[in-house]
Design a protein around this ligand. Structure first.
Ligand code: LLP
Length: 420
């Protein structure tokens, strides 16, 4: 292996690639392919990097469940004492099933239904991140019917440009997210008058795969100004939530470490009483997971050679959806010169590629690992082409835990009825 792998717990051994102490080939043999494989040590180290960066500061890391919502992964973070950032009742059910603490759950998202609000209120979640005036009214009504007061923060849109892919930038005025910065003060005044609303904090999240701390620092300074203004009106907050967004290395990116990323944010709020919250997703799980797949066929062509694998865009949508790059490596490279391949899946779309122009020393039947697939991999998978979803395993030292069985065709057909 000439270039360093982006995944900290992946290494090349005599029996090919290992994640922690386990040979990927042994996982393929035992569980088949395609299979998502995660490293508990990498999950734990990524969380520890945040904890270390936060030091003694009153703070809570709320893992963004959307990045990877498998119960096995959630339970690792729950045991570490993490909070959770959710965007649906379904994600709340997962957090509870994984042993997460409802009191450390924050509920984001622009379209919360009344039923989801009620579920979250009954579970006793920590905070609703409210994204519109209409949502505030609905939450007040739902809380009234439940005989409760709903703890809230407004997600404020700071209108900064995070310099990331347009599909994953969320803090611009033109985005659907959050309440406009200029309207926030009035909304807090309104919330303060509502009998079933309890003002708890303020929130912002500007985008994902951020590699530069500057836009986040700019957002934090704007939020601080608002917090001070609220304070002058007698509206005290108990927490300030600065969202997620820290990027990872997929190829040659050089993302800041959590401590470098958080330093200007911690400085901005130094000496203040409010707890700080963060909602990282990708940076906690992205480089802890890979997608293990087997080459079904090699198909040489005049213009391109194709390596047709048993994973596809339904398993990992990011390349097709964002033209995202994921490193692809042979699990046990052969001692032959590399050939250049389009790495593609079996789905009937030209967009079904996992990687372009990859140099691989492989033969049909060999295993490939698609790296940095721990975030927004399994959670964005689908059953397109009636393909059962992959299995998921969690490696822990020398042990392997099956955390999700491979779907079967009976899972896929369940609940459907042909016309009589
Ligand atoms: N908080 C909120 C309110 C969010 O919308 C998100 C991500 C996060 C936290 C976590 O952000 P992270 O730390 O993971 O960057 N599917 C895309 C990413 C979409 C991100 C959506 N929101 C991808 O595969 O790149």
């Amino acid at each position: 292996m000439t270039t360093a792998l982006p995944m900290p717990t992946l290494s090349a051994g005599t029996a090919g690639l290992h994640l922690e102490g386990v040979a990927l080939a042994s996982i393929a043999e035992r569980f088949g392919t395609p299979t998502y494989v995660y490293s508990r040590a990498a999950l734990t180290a990524a969380y520890a990097a945040y904890q270390q960066a936060l030091g003694e500061r009153k703070a809570l890391v709320c893992y963004a469940v959307k990045a990877n919502s498998s119960l096995g992964v959630l339970s690792v973070f729950a045991r570490l004492g993490a909070g959770f950032d959710i965007v649906s009742g379904g994600e709340l059910a997962r957090v509870l099933a994984a042993g997460g603490d409802a009191g450390k759950v924050i509920f984001s998202g622009v379209g919360k239904t009344a039923a989801e609000m009620r579920f979250a209120l009954d579970a006793g979640i920590g905070c609703f991140n409210v994204e519109s005036a209409a949502e505030l009214d609905r939450l007040n009504d739902v809380a009234a019917a439940a005989g409760k007061r709903a703890p809230i923060a407004f997600r404020v849109n700071p209108d900064v440009n995070p310099n990331t892919h347009p599909y994953i930038s969320t803090g611009l005025r033109s985005n659907k997210f959050g309440v406009a910065f200029d309207e926030a003060l009035d909304l807090y005044r309104k919330a303060a008058r509502l009998p079933h609303i309890e003002i708890s904090g303020i929130d912002c999240h500007i985008g994902s795969q951020l590699l530069d701390p500057a836009p986040m620092t700019e957002a934090a300074e704007k939020i601080l100004g608002l917090v001070d203004q609220l304070g002058r009106e007698g509206i005290k907050l108990d927490h300030i939530d600065l969202g997620g967004g820290l990027g990872i290395r997929y190829r040659d990116e050089e993302p800041p470490t959590p401590s470098i990323y958080l330093k200007p944010l911690l400085d901005c709020f130094a000496g203040r009483d409010e707890a700080l919250c963060f909602e990282p997703g990708r940076s906690l799980v992205g480089n802890a997971g890979l997608l293990l797949t087997r080459i079904e066929y090699l198909k040489p062509g005049v213009e391109k050679n194709f390596a047709i694998i048993d994973a596809a865009m339904n398993d990992l949508a990011r390349p097709a959806l964002y033209d995202a790059y994921h490193e692809i490596v042979a699990v046990a490279p052969r001692a032959v010169p590399a050939s250049r391949y389009e790495v593609v899946g079996p789905i009937c779309e030209s967009g079904d590629f996992l990687g372009h122009d990859r140099d691989l020393s492989v033969a049909a039947g060999d295993l490939l690992a698609i790296l940095s697939a721990g975030a927004y991999g399994m959670t964005m998978s689908s059953n397109y082409n009636t393909r059962p979803r992959a299995a998921e395993v969690l490696v822990d030292g020398d042990a392997v835990h099956l955390i999700r069985e491979r779907e079967t065709l009976s899972h896929l057909l369940k609940g459907e009825t042909p016309l009589a």
